[in-house]
Design a protein around this ligand. Structure first.
Ligand code: NI
Length: 168
């Protein structure tokens, strides 16, 4: 297996609504395996399939960089079942190298998804895990974290965002 190229802001695939996975076949297993290699190499906390150019409803969350007891989790065809409260936390994104912004999102989330083994599971999360799940889920909807920042913050980032999108 191998790392894949992470696409940066400006690539239209990041704005597509990703397509459901019909069957967890070898192609999907290979994609997930490559995504695991890619997120580990990038030291990311999560990665969604559109970020490697695949418009499919898959993301993974890997908090092992910040929590040694955490294990990598794969979410296929995820659904957000419910959310609760709100909290502001700093976020980054592998498709926006070097850009970190404070973003308000729900504090807790209940998510339902299919695992790589084909079994459906539900998970309730808070803290960084909830944050990562909500951030990655947004990628499957074609939404990006900069959509949630203030217009003033966006103005301040304008030059860097332009540079990123021109380079992609
Ligand atoms: Ni991201």
């Amino acid at each position: 297996m191998a790392e894949r190229q992470i696409v940066n802001y400006g690539d239209p695939v990041l704005r597509e609504v990703a397509k459901p996975v019909e069957e967890i076949d070898q192609e999907i297993k290979d994609l997930v395996s490559d995504m695991v290699d890619t997120v580990k190499e990038a030291n990311g906390l999560g990665l969604a399939a559109p970020q490697v150019g695949q418009s499919k409803r898959i993301f993974l969350v890997d908090l092992s960089a910040v929590d040694m007891t955490a294990t990598l989790k794969v979410f296929i065809n995820p659904e957000i079942v419910e959310t609760e409260d709100e909290i502001e936390m700093e976020e980054g994104c592998l498709s926006f190298p070097g850009i970190f912004q404070k973003i308000i999102r729900p504090a807790r989330v209940k998510v339902r998804a299919t695992g790589l083994d084909g079994n459906q599971f539900e998970m309730v999360a808070d803290g960084i895990l909830a944050r990562a799940i909500l951030h990655e889920y947004d990628h499957l909807e074609g939404k990006l974290f900069i959509d949630k920042i203030s217009s003033m913050a966006r103005t301040m980032l304008r030059g860097r965002l332009r540079k990123l999108s021109q380079a992609s």
